[in-house]
Write a new protein. Structure first.
Length: 230
C-alpha cells in the first residue's frame, strides 16, 4: 500500500470514529449537550482535528442523518420498487411503514437521533442534500392516493392526514420501546403491527378525519413532522 492510499485509509478511519463517537454522545447526552470538544475527547483527538473533517457540529449531524436515510432505504429505489409492486396497494403502504419500524429496531440510535431528538438541526436547511427524503414523502402520499383510486380507501381520506396517522402511531410504539416503558409481557413488534392494522382499518372504514393535510413543500424528510422538527 502506497503512502497516499495509507493516508486516505487513515483519514477514512478517523472520519468514521468521529461519526460513531458523535452518534453515541448525541443519543446518550442530547444534541445540545455535546460539543466538538467533547467529541474530540471521546476519540482522543484535538478539537482542531475534528474541524478539519467537519466545519461544525451541525455538519456532523447532517452526515449521520444522511447515513441514516441510506440505511432506511428509499421505497422508490429500483430494487425496493420491484418488491413493492408485487403487493396490493394496501400491503404496499403497510410494507413501507413496517420498514420504517424495522429501522427503529435495527438502528435505534439513528432513529432516535433522526426522528425523536427535538434539538437537532432541521434537515430542511440542507435542501439539496436531502432532496431524496422529500421524494420519499411524495412517494408515500402517492401510494395512499393509489389506495383511494383503487377504492381501498374512501374518497374522503386525506392522503397527508393518513400518512401522519400511520406515522404517529408507530412513533408512539417506538418511543415506548426506546424509553423502556413497555411492560415485561408486551411485545413491541406485535404492538406495532396492531397499530398499523388498526389505523389502516380505520382509514378503510371511512371515519371522518378532522386533521389538516401535510404541506409537502414545508417538510424535507419523510414522516419527520411527527417529532415537531418541521
Amino acid at each position: 500500500m502506497g503512502i497516499k492510499e495509507r493516508q486516505e485509509r487513515d483519514r477514512e478511519s478517523v472520519h468514521r470514529s468521529i461519526l460513531d463517537a458523535a452518534r453515541d454522545l448525541f443519543v446518550s447526552e442530547g444534541y445540545d449537550n455535546v460539543s466538538i470538544r467533547k467529541i474530540a475527547e471521546r476519540i482522543e483527538y484535538s478539537p482542531a482535528a475534528i474541524y478539519s473533517y467537519f466545519p461544525s457540529k451541525d455538519d456532523i449531524f447532517f452526515a449521520l442523518a444522511e447515513e441514516g436515510f441510506l440505511l432506511l432505504g428509499d421505497p422508490a429505489s429500483p430494487e425496493r420498487h420491484q418488491r413493492l409492486k408485487t403487493l396490493e396497494p394496501l400491503e404496499r403502504i403497510r410494507a413501507i411503514f413496517w420498514r420504517w419500524y424495522e429501522f427503529s429496531r435495527q438502528y435505534p440510535q439513528y432513529f432516535e437521533l433522526m426522528f425523536m431528538d427535538r434539538s437537532v438541526p432541521r434537515i430542511s436547511r440542507e435542501y439539496e442534500r436531502f432532496a431524496f427524503a422529500r421524494e420519499t414523502k411524495r412517494h408515500l402520499i402517492a401510494e395512499i392516493e393509489r389506495c383511494i383510486e383503487a377504492k381501498v380507501f374512501p374518497p374522503t381520506v386525506k392522503p397527508g392526514v393518513a400518512m401522519r396517522l400511520l406515522t404517529v402511531g408507530l412513533l408512539g410504539v417506538v418511543g415506548l420501546t426506546l424509553s423502556k416503558r413497555l411492560g415485561p409481557n408486551e411485545d413491541p413488534d406485535a404492538l406495532a403491527s396492531d397499530v398499523l392494522d388498526t389505523t389502516l382499518a380505520g382509514l378503510r372504514s371511512g371515519i371522518v378525519l378532522t386533521s389538516r393535510g401535510v404541506d409537502l413543500e414545508c417538510a424535507a424528510e419523510p414522516m419527520e413532522k411527527a417529532k415537531g422538527v418541521v
